[in-house]
Design a protein around this ligand. Structure first.
Ligand code: ZN
Length: 612
């Protein structure tokens, strides 16, 4: 077990805005930050980060937690891994804990694969930069206009054209052939052992979102015929690592760890297909560029991009196949709540060639002029179906399913666009869109409902006051019998620790009831508001103490009213004649409680907000 103090120290030193900001583009809003939730699909931000409380919380889906939980939930780390990772960043050492045998095995496999990929990456780099056999690759990169600074930044390398250069080098460092195979760097040789997968290729290491090398892409050098090529079969231009325990091509986007800050700054991401397109665009100043690794764009790719930006510019060929591919992916983008545009490069075969021929300014102009996939779809259907009334009506029917998937605001925009482009009255378009509503729930309906809150309104309000205005309300709450506030032990413990000034994150860590956790997190992220039954007003510090008194009075009032009705029952059960002293005692108690009730009522019903 890691000691509590170590956990608290790490949490104090780490800036949660920094950590969350690497995955979600955050905007400042008062003392907190808001952005698009990485845990559910949304178009208006309901994801909040409150740095001074060390908490994130989403009002849309109820996700939330502290900085450790954020890493655990976004990167699939265990608590211990998150602790180690953040501990590293802020210079706090975390001891390895005892893992279960299965965990240890899984952990070790992944850890070993990262290490082998890192080793191999280092070797490829060294060959490119320093070895004589790297010369053809250096010449090749120079010929393509890839600068040395770029080799270094993106850790380019070279695999010499031998069958076992890497396998042998790794073996000398204690990496057995099976491990090189598991890391996707080698293939099994008949009769045992392994041979290099990458031979005579410029190597582009593929890093995951955290910047760790997980795979490689290899570009064949024409000048260096592959040995398999000798029997007449041309070697493939590109060879990529197979999927491994640490690499899934449907999840990883090439250069995302390098592109992230630029994507956030530019408010857009450019998605291309080739590693060299990325290198060339980054070199030309378009660092918001990533590439898919030999696969079409997937839902998971968009999932990792969406918290950074909802604006995607993707490359699709101008031919019929390219347009079909663009239209197919339109559905994917709409489903992910993203707006996509098609980057049209005219006659250039790829962005690299475009930049070489036309330069960066022309490329920037192409970005600006890029057409949304929806406009492309309208144009395509119009051309295909003709401009007769039937043709336009048919085009409308084909486009309506996409419009239906949108939220109200973007849907209105597209309805008008459809109406104008197809020359159909917008109330007709609206009617057609509306008719299909029964076909399926809108995207928003799939979002899970927010976590349910237990506890009375008064108790929740009091907790909110303790979390947000402790200095003002603690002296008042401390004077009251804890039984007035709650009869639940876990809630009483939370109140006691809030009174003691413990940090909220460390209090939450010990709470087991998920509903109570949700209430406390919500306390940390909701705007300070007064609710007095006649509307809502922003809180001022002066209102905190009276509000606390009022909530305590209301809680106590409930208790007193319960006591009164118990005594009432007692009075009805005994007769003044036969049970005189007990009857009189109950009467006295009742009148005492009734007076108490009157006093409490005055405080409980007082208006807190006097402003108009
Ligand atoms: Zn959410």
């Amino acid at each position: 077990m890691v000691p509590r103090e170590v956990i608290d120290t790490i949490r104090e030193r780490v800036d949660i805005v920094d950590v969350v900001g690497q995955v979600v583009t955050l905007k400042r809003k008062g003392s907190s930050y808001v952005g698009l939730c990485p845990f559910h699909q949304e178009k208006t931000p309901s994801f909040n980060v409150v740095p001074h409380k060390g908490i994130f919380h989403c009002f849309g889906c109820g996700a939330g937690g502290d900085v450790f939980q954020f890493l655990m939930q976004t990167q699939g780390l265990s608590f211990h891994e998150a602790l180690k990772e953040l501990g590293n960043r802020v210079g706090v050492a975390v001891e390895d804990r005892e893992l279960t045998p299965a965990e240890r095995q899984q952990h070790k496999v992944r850890h070993d694969l990262y290490e082998v990929c890192e080793l191999a990456g280092g070797w490829f780099e060294a060959v490119l930069r320093t070895r004589p056999e790297g010369e053809p690759a250096r010449a090749y990169l120079a010929g393509r206009g890839i600068e040395e600074a770029t080799w270094e930044r993106y850790r380019l390398g070279y695999a010499p054209p031998s069958w076992n250069g890497l396998v042998d080098w790794l073996a000398k460092r204690g990496v057995p052939p099976e491990m090189a195979i598991a890391a996707g760097l080698a293939r099994p040789r008949r009769g045992g052992g392994a041979y290099d997968l990458f031979r005579g290729r410029v190597i582009v290491p593929i890093q995951d979102a955290r910047g760790r090398i997980v795979a490689f892409g290899g570009r064949h050098l024409e000048a260096m015929p592959d040995r398999r090529g000798q029997d007449g079969e041309a070697p493939p231009k590109y060879v990529n690592s197979p999927e491994t325990a640490i690499y899934s091509k449907s999840k990883v986007l090439y250069a995302l760890s390098h592109a992230r800050p630029a994507i956030q700054r530019a408010g857009q991401v450019i998605v291309v297909e080739g590693y060299f397109d990325v290198l060339s665009l980054h070199q030309a100043g378009f660092r918001q560029t990533v590439a898919t690794c030999g696969t079409a764009l997937t839902r998971e790719h968009l999932q990792s991009l969406r918290p950074l930006t909802t604006s995607v510019i993707a490359l699709f060929d101008g031919d019929a196949a390219g347009v079909r591919a663009a239209l197919r992916s339109l559905d994917l983008f709409v489903g992910a709540g993203m707006e996509a545009r098609r980057l049209d490069l005219g006659d250039s075969k790829d962005p690299d060639e475009f930049i070489q021929t036309h330069g960066a300014e022309a490329f920037a102009a192409r970005l600006r002029d890029s057409e949304t996939l929806f406009d492309l779809a309208i144009r395509h259907h119009k051309e295909r179906l003709g401009s007769t009334p039937e043709g336009r009506r048919q085009a409308l029917m084909e486009l309506v399913p996409i419009v239906r998937k949108l939220d109200a605001a973007p849907r209105e925009v597209l309805i008008e666009r459809l109406a104008t482009s197809l020359d159909i009255r917008d109330d007709v378009v609206r009617e057609v869109v509306g008719l299909g509503r029964r076909a399926g729930p809108p995207a928003a309906a799939r979002v899970p409902p927010p976590a349910r809150f237990r506890g009375s309104r008064e108790l929740n309000h009091l907790l909110w006051l303790l979390v947000n205005h402790r200095d003002e309300v603690a002296p008042i709450v401390a004077q009251v019998d804890p039984g007035v506030v709650t009869d639940r032990l876990d809630v009483a413990t939370v109140v006691a620790r809030l009174l003691a000034g413990d940090p909220l994150t460390s209090i939450i860590e010990d709470v087991e009831d998920p509903d109570l956790v949700a209430i406390l997190r919500r306390c940390a992220v909701t705007d300070p508001r007064v609710r007095d039954g006649r509307g809502e007003e922003l809180y001022t510090v002066e209102q905190a103490a009276p509000a606390a008194r009022q909530m305590l009075a209301r809680l106590e009032l409930r208790r007193v009213e319960a006591q009164i009705s118990r005594i009432q029952q007692e009075l009805e059960g005994c007769s003044p004649g036969s049970d005189g002293s007990r009857y009189r005692e109950a009467l006295v108690k009742k009148s005492h409680l009734a007076r108490k009730r009157q006093e409490l009522l005055k405080v409980a019903n007082r208006r807190l907000v006097t402003r108009a």
